[in-house]
Design a binder for this molecule. Structure first.
Ligand code: ADP
Ligand code: MG
Length: 264
């Protein structure tokens, strides 16, 4: 069991396997994901990229057991995701969802949200600052009156944060949890490009030894990942290293992200 694990069960997660996965939303007339086959190995950082509506969030939610597959299997370690309790899943897979939360609490309460008391007692301020630093949130928190104890959210007379600041707190909250898997769905979509680049560099260091699934719609932010999966229209249309995908003039990746990749 790890220092700040949120559950008693620490799953041995060596890999994530997706086999012949298809997902159709109720009432939808077509599949949101079609025949997806992917295996993510231990310690890998995987980038998932694709245009809006290509199925990235659907894939993430399926991985988290939040969507029932129409067909196919998702294995977390050696267990089908539906056989893992929601508590165990949340404890072992740190998720930053696309709709990151805005909790009008103090910074400290935001970071410790959902952790059991014993984990809270073990964590010192230094651990909190270190998680904030990975998310490039330490500077703005240091600037708040009260620092870690600053009250956030205007409805309680606290400080209003920008979308990008809330998002960085959400990321720091996951970083603080020593989970073996991180699933990050566009965790920096509201953050400026320069800060985003810095966050990705820091995340890469903090992620060593973990399996990280990082969703982005900005192709060039995935330069540092081990493998890039390109989704389009609910299908995996390509997978490879960033280098391979950007140097191959015929790649779908180059076509999809031509305007983004210009000058990069
Ligand atoms: P992305 O994250 O790549 O932008 P999504 O996974 O959110 O894409 O969406 C993939 C497809 O599934 C889109 O066509 C979207 O309209 C559809 N979709 C997403 N969520 C729902 C839902 N709750 N109900 C019905 N259709 C949905
Ligand atoms: Mg999405």
């Amino acid at each position: 069991k790890q220092k700040n694990s949120v559950a008693d069960t620490y799953l041995e997660i060596s890999s994530v396997s997706i086999r012949n996965l298809a997902i159709q939303y109720p009432k939808a007339d077509s599949l949101a994901l079609k025949n997806i086959n992917l295996t993510f190995g231990p310690g890998q950082m995987i980038g998932i990229v694709g245009p809006s509506g290509s199925g990235k969030t659907t894939l993430v939610n399926a991985l988290m057991g939040m969507l029932k597959p129409s067909s196919g299997d998702i294995l977390i370690g050696d267990k089908p995701v539906q056989d893992i309790s929601p508590d165990d899943l949340l404890a072992n897979v740190g998720l930053v969802s696309q709709d990151y939360g805005r909790y009008e609490l103090t910074v400290r309460e935001n970071l410790l949200l959902g952790l059991p008391q014993e984990a809270v007692e073990r964590l010192g301020d230094a651990d909190l600052w270190s998680a904030l630093s990975v998310a490039c949130a330490d500077d703005f928190v240091r600037g708040l009156e009260g620092g870690l104890d600053a009250q956030l959210g205007e409805s309680f007379g606290g400080v209003g944060l920008s979308g990008g600041q809330w998002q960085r707190l959400a990321l720091a909250r996951v970083v603080l949890r020593d989970a073996p898997v991180w699933v990050l769905d566009e965790p920096t979509s509201a953050v400026d490009a320069e800060t985003e680049e810095e966050i990705f560099a820091r995340l890469k260091v903090a992620a060593v030894g973990r399996l990280v699934v990082l969703v982005s719609h900005r192709a060039w932010t995935l330069r540092g990942v081990d493998s890039v999966v390109v989704l389009d229209g609910g299908c995996v249309v390509e997978q490879g290293t960033y280098r391979d995908l950007t140097t191959d003039p015929t790649s779908r990746f180059r076509k999809l992200f031509a305007s983004q990749l210009e000058g990069k």
